[in-house]
Design a protein around this ligand. Sequence first.
Ligand code: HPA
Length: 245
Amino acid sequence: MIAIIGGSGLSQLSNLDITRREVVRTPYGEPSGALLFGHLCDQQTVFIARHGYGHTIPPHGVNYRANLWALKEAGAKEIISVASVGGIQDHLGPGVLMVPDQIIDYTWGRKATYFDGVDGPVVHVDFTDPYDASLRARILAAARNAGEAIVDGGTYAATQGPRLETAAEVTRLERDGAHVIGMTGMPEAVLARELGIPYAAIVVVVNQAAGRGSSAHGIQMADIEATAKTAMVRVHNVLQHFCTN
Ligand code: HPA
């Protein structure tokens, strides 16, 4: 069973033929919404919208522990996250797709572990490579087969949000080695690792980061939404080829 976590712009997976919808509870509370079960090509797939189906949950308000736990309980053997990001460097402009290979976590105050020492032992998971290498490779192969250009590797800076960054913050993130900026990559990735589920992400650049290029004088939500709409069609195409492989 493949799990797909849809972000902003992907609260529905139009090529998923839904057979079942399940509202679940977890020891960590309620997930963002019902789990949607169905088939993508012939593969059993479970989908959840990270921000809820009406996009009402902000990045810092997502119950990441409940979402990941629910997907594991549902039988997910691998998880593909789809998320929108801002691109820092010029070649990472609106519409670019990327499969990142590294993360820097700037988030704070989120419930970011199952191993908080309350009910069980303290465990320090290895997180050297935060994304699963073989799942990444299969997504990249699917994109090639789909004829969709996609950037192989890059560092995802996870910021707290919900506000966008200042221009100076973007300069700092670039100095740190980041290529794209998003608000939901963490703790999602580490929770998947703690549960032992291979996890990788397809990120969609929906805007140039604050202070850069077309965002030199501000970022317009209407532009982001228009870019996300067309780019998500290409993400669907990649996912379609992922599951037929
Ligand atoms: N910054 C942070 N998160 C984002 C951005 C951004 O510019 N665009 C989409 N998600």
